[in-house]
Write a protein that binds this ligand. Structure first.
Ligand SMILES: [Zn+2]
Length: 459
């Protein structure tokens, strides 16, 4: 480590998002190899050796890289469809199209989703992929390859569905796997792609899709598989009133009790949405350390409701932010979710006391790292942590008249990203990816979206 060449970044405001919320009005950070070596107020110390690069970040705010905790990359090809629907109606419209995806489509969609997030300051992405049509190729491999080539840290949540219409579920029969196939393929994905080493760029989670598309047996055995393999568990939960009704009708209990009965509460579990939670549901999440991926834009787009994030935080529930799939959040950006989390929660019962700008920034960084089980390595700027960080430009028309940079970042327009580093490697410069050709990705994703539409028979 000592012999690694250093990069010095200085003269910027820094929000470390450490446990004490330490901030520097003007500070510096030194990175060496894939790690943060030191940081503090004022300029970097004189006499540092092996300095390969010195960045004058005057006019910028430095934060930890943003951590996305819920997404479906493949939906990049079905954006802008079923725009005026609730969740169940939207799913029923889209399932037949999604059942036509193949490896080339999934690779292109992953590139599009990753590029959009990375250029907006995301350094750790996640993909909950749960559509595996028979004969569609190596979809998990396509996703992992896209992230690795772009240099973005990834949690791949290997999803699955085995409860179709014939079993009282929502997806059509042709869109699901069998219980045995889903479990075997999930185990294989963990064995092929899950990296247990420090600084891992790829991790895998076990992720049956939702109570209304997955059998109770797959929920139960999926949880056992994850614990046997030592990986995390992810699913959708308590997203809509329709889901709550479904759970009561089919299982005779609400979603949280159902999750508890199938082994799905625990500090190795995080769940997307959690909109319809009563006090005892929140207490159960807090007691067990179950995490939440809060997706405010998607919840608004599908009229799902407002998750009780202030109550969850007060109870001690780990909460991160999620873009969700881009078929229900066409922007595909996470930095705008900082603002939307703050604004949407102020429409809830806590009104102006719901969330502060600093709480929103914490949700999008350290909170996300925590729900992905990686808070010891990423999510805050501290010596010894991985060098995942973003320089936001704050001296342009959009933000220059706001004195406090964290307020400007969260309340203001989406801030330009001058530089983003993952594992010490710069992947974005002046809002452009250094690791991929955005224009080529735009052409490929457009072509693949049209190919999918033709195959699905609506173009
Ligand atoms: Zn989702």
């Amino acid at each position: 480590m000592a012999a690694d060449r250093r990069t010095v970044i200085e003269n910027c405001a820094i929000a470390t998002v450490d446990a004490a919320d330490t901030e520097y009005t003007t500070g510096h950070l030194v990175l060496a190899g894939d790690r943060i070596e030191s940081l503090g107020p004022g300029p970097a110390p004189e006499g540092l050796e092996h300095v390969a690069r010195r960045i004058d970040a005057t006019g910028h705010l430095m934060t930890p890289g943003l951590v996305n905790t819920h997404h479906h990359f493949y939906q990049w090809l079905t954006r802008g469809l079923a725009t005026d629907h609730n969740l169940f109606d939207w799913l029923v419209v889209l399932y037949p199209t999604w059942a036509r995806i193949d490896e080339a489509m999934v690779h292109a969609a992953a590139q599009g989703s990753l590029a959009m997030m990375a250029r907006g300051g995301v350094t750790t992405a996640m993909d909950h992929h749960y559509v595996y049509p028979r004969g569609s190729g190596d979809l998990s491999g396509a996703i992992v390859t896209a992230a690795r080539d772009m240099g973005v840290r990834l949690t791949l949540a290997r999803g699955s569905m085995d409860r179709s219409e014939k079993d009282g579920g929502l997806p059509p029969d042709f869109a699901v796997e069998t219980l045995d196939d889903a479990l075997a393929a999930t185990e294989e994905t963990v064995r092929r792609h899950h990296d247990t080493a420090p600084g891992a760029m790829t991790q895998v989670a076990v992720a049956p899709c939702s109570p209304f598309s997955v059998s109770t047996e797959l929920m139960r055995q999926g949880a056992e598989l994850a614990r046997r393999l030592g990986v995390r568990l992810h699913t959708h939960g308590s997203e809509t009133v329709e889901e709550e009704k479904f759970c009561h009708e089919l299982f005779g209990m609400g979603p949280t009790d159902y999750f508890e009965s199938t082994g799905w509460l625990g500090d190795d579990v995080w769940m997307a949405h959690c909109v319809h939670m009563n006090d005892s549901d929140i207490a159960a999440f807090a007691r067990t350390g179950t995490g939440v991926a809060h997706c405010p834009s998607s919840n608004a787009r599908l009229a799902a409701g407002i998750a009780r994030v202030p109550d969850m935080l007060a109870a001690g529930v780990p909460v991160g932010l999620g873009v969700d799939g881009t078929a229900s959040n066409e922007s595909g950006e996470l930095h705008t979710e900082l603002r939307n989390a703050l604004l949407v929660n102020r429409l809830g019962p806590h009104r102006e006391k719901a969330l502060t700008a600093r709480q929103a920034l914490r949700l999008g960084t350290h909170g996300g790292a925590r729900v992905l089980g990686r808070a010891d390595e990423i999510g805050s700027l501290e010596p010894g942590k991985l060098a995942d960080l973003v320089l936001w430009r704050m001296d342009t028309l959009a933000h220059a008249s706001v004195a406090d940079p964290v307020t400007a970042l969260v309340f203001g327009a989406a801030a330009p990203v001058t530089a983003s580093f993952v594992n010490g490697r710069q992947i974005v410069e002046n809002n452009r990816l250094l690791t991929a050709d955005e224009d080529a990705i735009a052409r490929t994703t457009g072509a693949e979206a049209r190919r999918l539409a033709r195959m699905a028979g609506h173009a």
